[in-house]
Design a protein around this ligand. Structure first.
Ligand code: ZN
Length: 130
C-alpha cells in the first residue's frame, strides 16, 4: 500500500522517511566535516574515511572536494532539516511554496524535496539569474 501524503508523522511510512533523512543527514555532515579537514590533513586519508562512511561520496572525493561542493552539501543539509521539520509537523509531501502535494515519485527519488517540481523549477531559474 502506498502512503498517503502529507504523511501522518506517527505512521510507519513517516518513520521510514525519517530514518532515511537522518541517515543522509549523518552522511552529509561527515562529508562536510571531512571536506573541511582537507588542507589540514592528507586528502587521500580523508577520501578513504569518507568512502567508508558514505559510498555516494566517492565520486566527489576522487575529484577533490571544493567549496562549491561543500556549499551544495550544506544546502542539502538545510533541505533535509526542513523536510524533517515538515515531517514532524504532518506536512511532509506537501509543497512548501504552493501547498500542492509533491509527486510521490519525486519524493521517492529525493526524500528531502520540500517543493513540487514546478515550484522547484521556478526557484532554480530564479537562482540562475542571480
Ligand atoms: Zn509547489
Amino acid at each position: 500500500m502506498s502512503p498517503t501524503f502529507p504523511l501522518d508523522p506517527r505512521s510507519a511510512a513517516a518513520a521510514q522517511v525519517r530514518a532515511t533523512l537522518q541517515e543522509r543527514e549523518r552522511a552529509l555532515r561527515a562529508e562536510v566535516e571531512a571536506a573541511r579537514q582537507v588542507g589540514r590533513t592528507d586528502p587521500s586519508a580523508v577520501a578513504r574515511e569518507v568512502r567508508d562512511r558514505e559510498e555516494e561520496a566517492e565520486a566527489q572525493v576522487s575529484t577533490g572536494i571544493n567549496d562549491a561542493e561543500i556549499g551544495r552539501d550544506v544546502g542539502e543539509l538545510r533541505e533535509i532539516g526542513e523536510a524533517l521539520q515538515r515531517l514532524d509537523a504532518g506536512r511532509y509531501g506537501q509543497c512548501k511554496d504552493c501547498d500542492e502535494l509533491i509527486d510521490p515519485r519525486r519524493l521517492a527519488a529525493e526524500p528531502f524535496a520540500v517543493r513540487c517540481t514546478r515550484c522547484q523549477g521556478v526557484r532554480e531559474q530564479a537562482q540562475r539569474r542571480i
